[in-house]
Design a protein around this ligand. Structure first.
Ligand code: PAF
Length: 283
C-alpha cells in the first residue's frame, strides 16, 4: 500500500494507472476510521482494480472551530486498518497542498437546488459548501470511476449525487448502508468522543427510531415526529437538534405518509457535547 501525501504525487500515480487501463475506486474520509468506513473500503477493493482512500480533515466544512480542533486524528492506525482490507493508495494531503490560501476563507458557493435548505444545511451553515468544495477537488485529483459514501450522512449523499450530475463528473456514486454496533448505535468517528455512559445513552437514538417505524400505520407524520423528539429529549443526556421526515430524493419535509414512496427520518442528537446523526427508512 502506498501512502501519498501530495496532490502532485497522487496525480502522477493516477496517470500511471490510467495508462494501464486500471479502474479506480475512491473512498473519501476524514480518517478516524471505524468498521463503517472499512465496509466502504472493502466494497471499493472488491469492485475496482485499485482502491484509493483519502484521509483529510477538511477545514472548510467545519462551521465550528472547536469541532474541527477536536476531530479525532489517527493517521498511523488508519493506515494500518486500510492496509488490512486491501486498500492500494492512501491519500493524506495537507490543507496547504489542497487549498490555495484564498480558498480557505472565501466561501465556495454551490447551487444545491434546495437540498441544503433543511437539516444539516440549516444547523451547520456553510458545511455543505465545504463538503462539495473538497469532494469536487478530490474527484478531480483522483479521477475515480466509482466513489463510495455512507448512507449515515444521508443529506451529504443526496448532495454529492446532485454535484456529480450538475458538474458532469463521469463518476458512479455508490451509497452504502449504515453499519451499526450490536446495540444499534450507528458507527461514527465521533463515537470515540463519547464516555462509556454516553455510549449507552446514545443507543436510545436508534432504539427510538426503530420503534417509531411501527407507529406509521396509526399516527400522522407530525405525531411520529413529536413522539421521537419527546421520547429522546426525555432521556437524560440526550438533546434532539432536529428530526425531519423527508422524501429520500428531494429531502423535502413530508406532512403525509402518502406523499412519497421513499420516506426517511433524519435526526441529529447531542449526546452530552457530542453531535450524532442517524436516519431510518419508513418506506
Ligand atoms: O463524510 C465525510 O467524512 C466527509 O464529509 C467527506 C465526504 C470525506 C468530505 O470531507
Amino acid at each position: 500500500m502506498l501512502i501519498v501525501k501530495s496532490v502532485n504525487e497522487l496525480k502522477e500515480q493516477v496517470g500511471v494507472l490510467r495508462k494501464a487501463h486500471k479502474t479506480i475506486g475512491f473512498v473519501p474520509t476524514m480518517g478516524a476510521l471505524h468498521k463503517g468506513h472499512l465496509q466502504l473500503v472493502s466494497r471499493c477493493v472488491a469492485e475496482n482494480d485499485v482502491c484509493v482512500v483519502s484521509l483529510f480533515v477538511n477545514p472548510t466544512q467545519f462551521n465550528d472551530k472547536n469541532d474541527f480542533n477536536c476531530y479525532p486524528r489517527t493517521l498511523d492506525k488508519d493506515a494500518a486498518l486500510l492496509e488490512s482490507v486491501g486498500c492500494s493508495i492512501v491519500f493524506a494531503p495537507s490543507a496547504d497542498d489542497m487549498y490555495a490560501p484564498e480558498e480557505i476563507n472565501n466561501v465556495f458557493a454551490f447551487d444545491f437546488g434546495g437540498l441544503d435548505q433543511t437539516m444539516e444545511g440549516v444547523f451547520r451553515p456553510g458545511h455543505f459548501n465545504g463538503v462539495v468544495q473538497v469532494v469536487s477537488k478530490l474527484f478531480k485529483i483522483a479521477t475515480p470511476d466509482k466513489a463510495y459514501f455512507g448512507e449515515k450522512d444521508f443529506q451529504q449523499l443526496a448532495i454529492i449525487r446532485r454535484m456529480v450530475r450538475v458538474m458532469n463528473f463521469p463518476i458512479q456514486i455508490v451509497g452504502c448502508p449504515i453499519v451499526r454496533e450490536t446495540s444499534g448505535l450507528a458507527l461514527s468517528s465521533r463515537n470515540a468522543l463519547l464516555s462509556e455512559e454516553e455510549r449507552t445513552t446514545a443507543t436510545f437514538i436508534y432504539k427510538t427510531l426503530s420503534k417509531s417505524v411501527a407507529l406509521q400505520s396509526g399516527k400522522t407524520i407530525a405525531e411520529v415526529k413529536t413522539w421521537v423528539t419527546n421520547t429522546l429529549n426525555a432521556t437524560e443526556g440526550l438533546r434532539v437538534e432536529y428530526f425531519e421526515i423527508v422524501d429520500g430524493n428531494s429531502l423535502k419535509s413530508l406532512t403525509d405518509w402518502s406523499e412519497s414512496e421513499y420516506v426517511v427520518g433524519c435526526i441529529t442528537v447531542y449526546c452530552g457535547k457530542v453531535r450524532l446523526i442517524d436516519n431510518i427508512r419508513y418506506k
